[in-house]
Design a protein around this ligand. Structure first.
Ligand SMILES: [Zn+2]
Length: 212
């Protein structure tokens, strides 16, 4: 079973080992803050974006070719805070576009984007796809149409399209999301935690068997 296909090898194994957690009969598992669902896989994109050189390399080796393959020269690269911002900024810089973001809570975008301009949306990762859906809708309210593809560092949902737009990702593996009541990991005695505040403990991946 391969985790990463050949074309995504721009991300080194060393970084993936540090940034990607998978459930393995683990004492802890992930409560995704976006959807509230429990997940058996998690990509901590902080580990990737905290290394600007790695991020630039992913942009250059993976995202730019995806755009040029489709003949897309965006005027704007838009994301939502906090985790997508570094990726959007880095991509905007690389393709000489402008950089903006939406406020998901207030459902607004304060950037002066004209309805004639080409806008693409990027995100750090996709679990439920809700935040990206909301971002597209906030922009649509301004009369701004987001053009495909949606670019993301990681996707674990098996979602290939969001509101008719193709999703392109740098890292993927099929994960599983469960509502708390149906979560087999909870049933096995594993505890669901928010991944980023508990990252050190989570990535240690202590097994349920070793706990008393
Ligand atoms: Zn659970």
């Amino acid at each position: 079973m391969t985790l990463v296909s050949d074309e995504t090898m721009v991300i080194s194994k060393e970084i993936l080992d540090k940034a990607l957690w998978r459930y393995n009969n683990s004492r802890l598992h992930v409560l995704t803050s976006e959807s509230g669902l429990h997940s058996d896989i998690y990509l901590n994109t902080d580990i990737i974006v905290s290394d600007p050189e790695t991020l630039d390399k992913i942009i250059k080796d993976y995202f730019l070719p995806e755009l040029s393959k489709r003949n897309i020269k965006p005027d704007w690269v838009v994301s939502y805070p906090p985790f997508g911002l570094a990726i959007a900024y880095s991509l905007a810089k690389a393709c000489k576009a402008r950089f903006g973001y939406v406020d998901l809570k207030e459902k607004i975008c304060n950037f002066e984007i004209r309805d004639t301009e080409k806008v693409i949306v990027v995100a750090d990762d996709i679990y439920s796809g809700d935040s990206i859906r909301k971002t597209i809708e906030i922009l649509a309210k301004k009369g701004v149409k987001v053009i495909p593809p949606i670019l993301t560092l990681g996707s674990f949902s098996g979602i290939w399209k969001i509101i008719e737009r193709e999703v392109v990702y740098a890292i993927t593996n099929k994960g599983n999301l469960f509502p708390e009541k149906e979560c087999p990991m909870c049933k096995a005695g594993s505890r669901a935690v928010l991944p980023r505040p508990n990252w050190d403990e989570l990535i240690r991946n202590e097994s349920l068997d070793n706990s008393d």
